[in-house]
Design a protein around this ligand. Structure first.
Ligand SMILES: C[S@@+](CC[C@H](N)C(=O)[O-])C[C@H]1O[C@@H](n2cnc3c(N)ncnc32)[C@H](O)[C@@H]1O
Length: 250
């Protein structure tokens, strides 16, 4: 089964609350981009605006959030009472923005969903002005190998290995997409998650990989976690997230 963001849209924000790590990464990215009033920031694959709206509150720039999934955008619009963001339905491969118009293009947890990454990078570069910045964040291969749910769902790593290539591969693809200057930062962000939250997230298939598992494996893994919850509600699991934060300049 392929991941359905339409299905998960109403619960997406509850299943993926903004972490202090997310906020710190947003701040670093905006500091690097040094946006001014009138500049354009485009978030490609913005989903429910989980990051778009905090970003918009942190910058004087104009902000556009773009996504293929209408129901994710409905949630985003519903949260944007002040209409601070321009929400657009569209694809990473054909952005509704003129050449050289944007100062910052953001892609967070999106490249693992793209079949043609170089095509999307070329399109991101097209809309950037000279000196403009594309910032992407994704998980590293080490994150995939050490993922805290691997012991319960043995196929997760096999599914995610091809979806989360190394920062070196992504950097080479950004260069093929026309970017000259590419910088990589890796951030290791360990945190503890309570077993009740883990069960809630897994039930909600909070990562797209859970929707791609064989159904029996999903049921058995969930059952194991539910049994742990029933035995001891104080159990904490340690999640080590390793992020690749890649910045490319036009
Ligand atoms: C894992 S979610 C991340 C959403 C948001 N960036 C965040 O971190 O909360 C990935 C989003 O990318 C969108 N997406 C997938 N393929 C896309 C494409 N080709 N063009 C634009 N958006 C896409 C999905 O609909 C989904 O909303």
């Amino acid at each position: 089964m392929s991941p359905s963001f339409a299905e998960i849209a109403p619960r997406y924000d509850a299943l993926r609350p903004l972490s202090s790590g997310d906020r710190a990464r947003l701040e670093t990215m905006l500091r690097d981009a040094a946006l001014q009033e009138g500049d354009l920031l485009v978030e490609v694959g913005c989903g429910t605006g989980r990051l778009t709206l905090p970003l918009a509150a942190m910058t004087p720039a104009r902000v556009m959030g773009l996504d293929t999934e209408a129901r994710m955008l409905d949630v985003a619009r519903g949260k944007d009472a002040d209409r601070r963001v321009e929400w657009a339905r569209g694809s990473a491969y054909r952005l509704p923005v003129a050449d050289d118009d944007a100062a910052l293009v953001v892609m967070v947890m999106v490249v693992h969903l793209l079949r043609q990454r170089v095509r999307a990078f070329t399109e991101g570069r097209r809309i950037l002005r000279p000196g403009g910045q594309l910032s992407l964040w994704t998980f590293t291969p080490r994150h995939v190998e050490d993922f805290y749910l691997n012991p319960y769902f043995p196929s997760i790593a096999a599914i995610d290995r091809p979806r989360f290539p190394s920062a070196a591969v992504l950097s080479a693809e950004l260069r093929r997409g026309g970017f000259d200057e590419v910088r990589v930062e890796l951030r290791d962000e360990p945190r503890q998650i309570n077993i009740a939250d883990v069960v809630d997230r897994v039930r909600g298939r909070y990562i797209s990989t859970l929707a791609m598992l064989p159904p029996l494996e999903y049921r058995l893994g969930l059952q194991q976690l539910e049994e742990m919850l029933a035995q001891d509600r104080s159990i904490m699991l340690t999640q080590r997230s390793e992020w690749a934060i890649i910045t490319a300049r036009k």
